[in-house]
Design a protein around this ligand. Sequence first.
Ligand code: ZN
Length: 297
Amino acid sequence: MMYPQLTQDGQIHLYKCHRRYIHTAHGWSRTGSSSPNDAVASAGHGAKVNHDDEAKVVKSLMGQLCEKFYAKGWMPGTGGGMSIRIGEGNLGHPYTVFSTPSGIQKEDMIGDDVFELDMDQNVIHLPVTPGLKLSSMTNIWFVIYKLRPSAMCVIHTHSLYAQLATLLDQQDLSGEDEEKDVLRITHLEMIKGVGNHAYDSMLEIPIIDNQNSEDLLAPDMERVIQQYPKCNAVLVRRHGVYVWGDSWEEAKTRIESFDYLFESAIKMKSMGIDCGAIPARKATKVSIKRKRDDEEE
Ligand code: ZN
């Protein structure tokens, strides 16, 4: 029987390749820009970044991020995944889409496990690790990249808060049963973190129904992304959430903010507070003002 290779201090060699190529604190948001200020260039190379180097950085970054997301409980039991896109969409620097594979434990995922595709969904580089399959959520990355042309990163989690947030309407006194197709949240500071919204905006996160296979979510995903032009996230009922951003940092910031909001919504509901309702004091002020205006008329 073959035993895993051990390091000198007795640790198992789980991560064989460039997993920690560069720490995530480096400015990788510009990865793919090809400018002299590009992330890889700023990390010390100085010259125009070649595709293989850039791909190596992106893949190892994905390994690091998935490990972090696993630790947060967002990618348990091989669930969830992510994609990063690089390039400019022109002939000189076409888009390349990186995708996590199917059925892999995210805390153990390494750069060598990542698929590389073009914008027509052709695999241009298989993972170095043999035997891995393309994930059924790959379809969804492309729906988002096509409908949100500035998006460069999509993260999909099976976070418990995201999943439970899709069930908040179950307890509605109105008797409605899993009918609502949108979660509304307002007057929470962290709304600012999801992009395109202020503290007192009415944040609307569309909810689509789950399917037996992730790729079957594509038509509904397409519909709601068009229906909610301000949204940066789609909830999947009894399943999880998809969040995107114009860089991996933006997608990560947003998904952290969304998750905080989902947790808030659930806990507020248990306190008897509707996260989609304007706070009572504010409502009173508005109604007093309205009353005054009415009297003046
Ligand atoms: Zn999923």
